[in-house]
Design a protein around this ligand. Sequence first.
Ligand code: HEC
Ligand code: HEC
Ligand code: HEC
Ligand code: HEC
Ligand code: HEC
Ligand code: HEC
Ligand code: HEC
Ligand code: HEC
Ligand code: HEC
Length: 335
Amino acid sequence: MWTRFALTVAAVGLISTAAAAGQSPQAAPKPPANEDCLACHGDADAKRADGRTIAVDAKRFEGSTHGPMACVDCHADLAKLTEFPHTDTLAKVACASCHDDIGSKYHDSIHAWAKEKAGLTAAAPACADCHGRHDILKKTDAASRVARANIPSTCGSCHAGIKQKYDAGIHAVALKKGQSNAPVCSDCHTAHTIQRADTTAWRLGLTAECGTCHAGVVASFERTFHGKVNQLGSTRVAACADCHGAHDILPASNPASTISSGHLVATCGKCHAGSNERFVKYDPHPDPQNYKRGAILWWANRFYWVLIPGCFGFFGLHSLLWFWRSRRNGKERGR
Ligand code: HEC
Ligand code: HEC
Ligand code: HEC
Ligand code: HEC
Ligand code: HEC
Ligand code: HEC
Ligand code: HEC
Ligand code: HEC
Ligand code: HEC
C-alpha cells in the first residue's frame, strides 16, 4: 500500500525530471500536468489516510468526454500548485463554471433546494451523483449513466421505491423491449429543472408531456368536462395521472391497471363519492369520429353536421330571398 511519503517522493521525482528535461527553473510555473497527478492517483491502491480510495483510472478518464481536459481544469484550486504534496482537503469541483446554463437550471430544482436549503447535503444529488466523476460520457453513448435506457437506474439509485413501481408499468416494459420512444423519468420530470410533484405548474404541464406521445388521447381528454376545467388551470379535476397512475401505468386489459373493469369504480371514487358501475360508463376519451367507441356520439355528431349547415343554408337563402324581394318591392313602390 502507498504511504504518503512514497507518494510524495514519486511526484517530486516526476516534476524534477520534467524540469531537468527542458525548461529553466526560472520560467513561469506551469500548471501541474495530468501525469503529475497520476503519479500518485494513477495507482489503483492509492488511499486516503482514513483508508478511502483516491485512485483514478487513467484509461477511463482518457476515454471520458472530459478526457482531453487537465485534472486541474476541474480541481481548479491546484492549478497554481508548484510543489507536492497538496493539502488534504480541496474545494468541491464546480461543474457549472463551464456548464453555466445547466448550473443555473439545476440551481432552481428541488434537488438543489434539498441540498442547499433543506440540509439534505448527502442525500440529494449534485451533478456528479447523476453523471459520475472521471468516467462521464455523452448522453448519446449507450454506456452513459444518462443514456435514455439507463436513466431509470440512475434516478432509481435513490428513488428505489418509485423505480420498482416504474419497472412494473407498461412504459418500462416498452423501454426494455427496445422502444426508445417510451418515457423515462426525465421526460416527465426533466433532468435539471425537477420540481416537487405537487406543484400546480408541473402538474398542468404534464398533460402536454403525455400528449407528445399520445396526441389523439389528449385531444379526446380535452373534449371532456375534466379536460376543459384542467385547461382553465385547475388541478382538482382528473388529469391523466389521476386515472392512469404515474409510474405503474398499465393498459385497461391488464387486471392490475387502475382503469381495469375491476378497479375503475375505486379510481373514479377517489374524487366522486357516489362512484358505481353505472357512473364509470362515462367515456373519458370521447371520439365523435369513432362509431365503434360510441354510436350515440357519432350519430349526434353526424346529426349536427346536417343540422348546422342545413340551418345556416336555409336561413341564409331565406335572408337572401327576403333582401331581393324587399329591394324589388322598394323599386316597384318608387316607380
Ligand atoms: C504526492 C502524491 C500526490 C500528488 C502528486 C497528487 N495528490 Fe491528490 N491526494 C494525495 C493524497 C495522499 C490525498 C488524500 C488526502 C487525505 O488523506 O484525505 C489526495 C487527495 C486528493 C483529492 C481529494 C481531496 C478532498 O478534498 O477530498 C483530490 C481531488 C486530489 N487529490 C486531486 C489531485 C490532483 C488534481 C493532482 C494533480 C494536480 C493531485 N491530486 C496530485 C496525494 C497526491
Ligand atoms: C470533469 C471534472 C473532473 C476532472 C477533469 C477530474 N476530476 Fe477528479 N473529481 C471530480 C469530482 C466531481 C470529484 C468528486 C469530489 C468533488 O465533487 O469535488 C472528484 C474527485 C477526485 C478525487 C477524490 C477521490 C474521489 O474519487 O472522490 C481525486 C483523487 C481526483 N478527483 C483526482 C483527479 C485526477 C488525478 C484527475 C486527472 C486525471 C481528475 N481528478 C480530473 C471531477 C473531475
Ligand atoms: C438528477 C440527476 C442529474 C443531476 C443532478 C444533473 N444532471 Fe445533467 N443530465 C441528467 C440527465 C438524465 C441528462 C440527460 C437528459 C436528456 O436526455 O435530455 C443530463 C444531461 C446533461 C448534459 C448533456 C447536455 C444536455 O443538456 O442534455 C450535461 C452537459 C449535463 N447534464 C451537465 C450537468 C451539470 C453541470 C449538472 C450540475 C449543475 C448536472 N448535469 C446535474 C441528469 C442529471
Ligand atoms: C473546464 C470546463 C468543464 C468543467 C469544469 C466540466 N465540464 Fe463537462 N464538458 C466540458 C466540455 C468542453 C464538454 C464537451 C466535450 C465534447 O463535446 O466533446 C463537456 C461535456 C460534458 C458532458 C457531455 C455532454 C453531452 O453532450 O452529453 C457532460 C454530461 C458533462 N460535461 C458533465 C459535467 C459534469 C457533471 C462536470 C462536473 C463534475 C463537468 N462536466 C465539468 C467542459 C467542462
Ligand atoms: C409518465 C410520466 C412519469 C414518468 C415516466 C415518471 N414519473 Fe415520477 N411522477 C409522475 C407523476 C404524475 C407524479 C405525481 C404522482 C402523484 O401525485 O400521485 C410523479 C411523482 C414522482 C415523485 C414524487 C412523489 C412520490 O410519489 O414520491 C418522485 C420522487 C418521482 N416521481 C420520481 C420518478 C422517477 C425516479 C422516475 C423514473 C424511474 C419517474 N418518476 C418516472 C410522472 C412520471
Ligand atoms: C443521490 C440521490 C438522488 C438521485 C440520484 C435522484 N434524486 Fe430525486 N430526490 C432526492 C432527494 C434527497 C430529494 C428530496 C426529498 C424530498 O424532499 O422529497 C429528491 C426529490 C425528487 C423529486 C421531488 C419529490 C417530491 O416530493 O415531490 C422528484 C420528482 C425527483 N427527486 C426526481 C428525480 C429524478 C427524475 C431523478 C433522475 C433524473 C432523481 N430524482 C435522481 C435524491 C435523489
Ligand atoms: C415519450 C413518449 C411517452 C410519454 C411522454 C407517455 N407515454 Fe404512455 N406510452 C408510450 C409507449 C411507447 C407506450 C407503449 C405502447 C405499446 O407498445 O402498446 C405507452 C403506453 C401507455 C398506455 C397503455 C396504452 C395501451 O394501448 O395499452 C397508457 C394508458 C399510457 N401510455 C398512458 C400515459 C400517460 C397517462 C402519460 C403521461 C403521464 C404517458 N403515457 C406518457 C409512450 C409515452
Ligand atoms: C377520468 C379518467 C381518465 C382521464 C382523466 C384520462 N384517462 Fe385515459 N383512459 C381512461 C379509461 C377508463 C381508459 C380505458 C377505456 C378507454 O379506452 O376509454 C383510458 C384509456 C387510455 C389509453 C388507451 C389505453 C388502453 O388501455 O386502451 C391511453 C393511451 C390513455 N387513456 C391515456 C391518457 C392520457 C394521456 C390522458 C391525459 C391527457 C388520459 N388518458 C386521461 C381514463 C382516463
Ligand atoms: C382527481 C379527482 C377526480 C377523478 C380521479 C375523477 N374525477 Fe370526475 N370530476 C372531478 C371534479 C373535481 C369534477 C368537477 C365536478 C364536481 O365537483 O363534482 C369532475 C366532474 C366529472 C363529471 C362531470 C360533472 C358531474 O359531476 O357530473 C363526470 C361525468 C365525471 N367527473 C366522471 C368521472 C369518471 C367516470 C371518473 C373515473 C373514470 C372520474 N370522473 C375521475 C374530479 C375527478
